[in-house]
Design a protein around this ligand. Structure first.
Ligand code: NAD
Length: 473
């Protein structure tokens, strides 16, 4: 099918590349001219594993092109809208980019188009789109509007798109449903050349769930809010563990063994970030408020998350006493591993807070430093983790990159001024840290002293190491 994708961000680029990979002819547009020029010249505006290789291959096969939104509107029988929906100051989703695209489609398109919202939008946005398209249509446009919420996770977006658990569509016409079934058929049947795995035939076909548009829109916000709730829940349990001397890793393990609860998203840390959970929770709270439903549960989820960084800084203060003039190494700036995305990352509030108190922050992240520089200009960026740790009074782990898990302990020990680690992601092995002379603090677990290799340290790290890698949001 001829498909257009509007917006070449994390979602749009992945959608365009993967739809081309499964055989469609795709035109992807981007309004940011720097990004567009980069893409047209074969460059990548974002870091996302496997995406660059897929884009290269499908462009070579002439199934993916990049250009303007007007060209995209003229091209596709189906048009995926993948523009950003950031939060407004009051928490509402800012839909101005969606509205602008709808207006362009209404003014420029003629004949039939299936217009698909893939951006995360508040319930009833589909209804607004229909109204708006009718009001502004000048060229005899005939259309259906469908919702197709995206559940991919940055860091594994290509894999998530090609091998999803479920594909949700919200449609109000059989024609829209048929077109979406056709678009996704190679994925629902798992019949395509997979650019990532050699063992794909063993993979399970995803559930294809068709609902009305309002329900599909709600599924996305409700899913993200629920996952955010799990994270805030375990973070509060972690606070309690710190006070009573329990180990949150073991508590989470015990809880997660109950299939009704599940182990996923029970890893405590310094809070969730990124371009989904924080804004989607806010938007869902506002949707409920405007509908007369008091979803105060979610207000607590948000509050708990907002306090995570302050709680962590308090722990840093407890150890370093005065922050002014202290050298603090920060490992990780991305909101999670395997992405360069720092939008709403806890690292931003954390580093700002440390800098405000006069600390000298030296940071390293394998992929996110380019993007971090514009939001965190007043720190030293280092070319590797050990350079960041040089002469440090404390080392803070902020993103659980594998590179940090595989630390050379001897080298680190000889690099820092004071062997003190505060691990905001429970990423490192506590027993190993202690055996190399570090005083190791983590989230919701008893601190481990140099030389101590008690059962708490060993047991906890074994579970975290096994579980945390599987999970991402
Ligand atoms: N990032 C994620 O992990 C993720 C996952 C699921 C859903 N979502 C949702 O998907 C949407 C997009 O998220 P993202 O992370 O890809 O955002 P993004 O900011 O990375 O990408 C959006 C892109 O759209 C472009 N754009 C805006 N208006 C345009 C126009 N008129 N024509 C062409 N391009 C235009 C922007 O320049 C930008 O590059 C959001 O609603 C988000 O909530 C994101």
């Amino acid at each position: 099918m001829k498909i257009s994708v509007i917006g070449a961000g994390y979602v749009g680029l992945t959608t365009a590349a993967c739809l081309a990979q499964i055989g469609h002819e795709v035109f992807c547009s981007e309004s940011d001219l720097d990004k567009l020029t980069k893409l047209q010249g074969g460059g990548m505006p974002i870091f996302e594993p496997h995406l660059e290789e897929v884009i290269k291959a499908v462009r070579k096969a002439e199934r993916l092109r990049f250009g303007s939104t007007d060209e995209a509107i003229a091209w596709g029988d189906a048009i995926f809208i993948c523009v950003g929906t950031p939060p407004l100051p009051n928490g509402d989703a800012d839909l101005h980019a969606i509205e602008a695209v709808a207006r362009s489609i209404a003014k420029r398109a003629s004949g039939y188009r299936l217009i698909i919202e893939k951006s995360t939008v508040p319930v009833q946005t589909g209804a607004q789109l229909r109204k708006h398209l009718s009001v502004h249509s000048t060229n005899g446009l005939r259309y259906d509007v469908a919702s197709n919420p995206e559940f991919l996770r940055e860091g594994t977006s290509v894999e998530d798109f090609l091998h999803p658990d479920r594909i949700v569509i919200g449609v109000d016409s059989p024609r829209a449903a048929d077109m979406l079934r056709e678009i996704y058929e190679p994925i629902t049947k798992q019949e395509f050349v997979c650019p990532i795995h050699s063992d794909c035939p063993k993979r399970k076909a995803p559930i294809f769930l068709a609902t009305d548009t309002n329900s599909a829109e709600l599924i996305k916000h409700a899913s993200n809010s629920f996952l955010a709730m799990k994270i805030s829940f375990i973070n509060m349990v972690a606070n309690l563990c710190e006070v009573v001397g329990a180990d949150v890793t073991k508590v989470a393990e015990g809880m997660g063994l109950d299939p009704r609860i599940g182990a996923a998203f029970l890893n405590p840390g310094i809070g969730f970030g990124g371009f989904c959970f924080p804004k989607d929770v806010q938007a869902f709270i506002r949707i409920a408020e405007k509908s007369g439903c008091d979803f105060s549960l979610l207000k607590e989820v948000e509050k708990i998350n907002q306090r995570r960084v302050e709680h962590f800084v308090e722990q840093v203060r407890n150890e370093l006493w005065v922050l002014r003039g202290k050298k603090i190494a920060v490992w990780g700036l991305a909101f999670k591993p395997n992405t360069d995305d720092v939008r709403f990352a806890p690292s931003i509030a954390l580093v700002k807070s440390l800098v405000d108190e006069g600390a000298n922050v030296r940071a390293y992240d394998p992929e996110a430093m380019g993007k971090a520089k514009s939001v965190l200009p007043n720190i030293t960026y280092c070319s590797n983790p050990y350079e960041a740790a040089e002469g440090a009074d404390a080392l803070l782990i902020v993103t659980e990159w594998d590179e940090f898990r595989n630390v050379d302990w001897e080298r680190l020990r000889s690099t820092v001024e004071r062997p003190l680690i505060l691990d905001g992601r429970n990423a490192l092995n506590a027993a190993e840290a202690a055996s190399h002379g570090f005083h190791y603090f983590s989230v919701g677990r008893p601190p481990v002293l140099p030389g101590q290799a008690g059962s708490a340290a060993i047991g906890a790290s074994a579970f975290v190491g096994a579980d945390i890698r599987k999970e991402s949001f």
